[in-house]
Design a protein around this ligand. Structure first.
Ligand code: HEM
Length: 231
């Protein structure tokens, strides 16, 4: 991965192309987040609906595709999108640093929005969360139940009151996702051609609304378990 990054950085791949790669891979990841949220909200319908949905995920495309192939195609696309997103971000950040080899002696106290200044570390936190989350709810390794056939039971066990620190961890991660997305969606709109003042205001508003929907939607699940609404 590092050698690919160094190779592209030295090549003449234009910064516009890299920003386009960031925007397109970002859109793919946001689409996944909305689809995943829709699936998670099935938990409010009940255990059978949620477990059935998880089972259905493994049968999409059958009998044309063998069992679970769709899931592996989706995983491959998502992994490619994450790698492309991180590689483009790394190269663009290195180029920006090279263009200004001497750091500002006095960094202005306010430089861009909070979200803009935290994109890199926000992204790293989200990535670390995804690794933890996969070990928790996909492989079940870190989950108290860890039963692949019963994801409803896994989720309920995860966010039990005495495991409040798990809910805290998910909350921090989901808020980090929201902050990252708010700036990301806005930047992607600019890269994909939005240029007017009016469009900028609309893009900012859309980015805020979409991020808020995701944050509230995702957090509704752990807090519903924590408060006993889902049990
Ligand atoms: C509180 C919020 C969340 C809950 C309750 C939740 C729940 C789940 C569950 C139950 C699964 C396993 C599905 C299955 O294999 O049947 C899963 C998988 C996954 N989740 Fe989440 N999730 C949450 C937030 C997130 C966030 C914020 C992200 C991304 C930043 C994310 C990314 C993923 C990924 C990549 C998978 C693996 C999908 C696959 O098997 O290919 N999740 N999640």
């Amino acid at each position: 991965m590092l050698s690919v990054v160094v190779h592209i950085q030295r090549s003449r791949t234009s910064s516009v192309a890299l920003k386009l790669l960031m925007a397109v891979t970002g859109v793919v990841l946001v689409l996944f987040l909305f689809a995943h949220l829709a699936g998670n909200l099935k938990i409010f319908v009940g255990a059978d609906a949620f477990d059935h949905y998880a089972h259905w995920l493994r049968t999409i495309g059958t009998p044309l595709l063998p069992q679970a192939w769709y899931l592996w195609i989706q995983r491959t696309v998502l992994t490619g999108a994450v790698l492309g997103h991180v590689a483009a971000a790394t190269i663009l950040a290195r180029r920006a640093r090279k263009a200004r080899p001497v750091r500002y002696a006095h960094r202005p106290a306010v430089q861009g929005s909070y979200a803009a200044r935290t994109m890199r570390w926000g992204g790293v936190i989200v990535l670390l969360f995804v690794v933890y989350h996969l070990l928790d709810l996909t492989t079940g390794t870190l989950n108290p139940v860890g039963d692949a056939a019963h994801p409803y039971a896994n989720v309920v066990a995860d966010f039990a009151l005495d495991r409040w620190y798990v809910t805290l961890c998910y909350t921090l991660a989901v808020v980090a996702v929201g902050v990252h997305l708010r700036h990301g969606i806005f930047s992607a709109a600019r890269t994909l051609g939005q240029q007017t003042d009016h469009g900028e205001r609309q893009a900012r508003a859309a980015a805020s609304v979409l991020s808020a929907v995701l944050v509230v939607g995702y957090l509704s699940v752990p807090f519903a378990v924590l408060t006993g609404l889902v049990s």
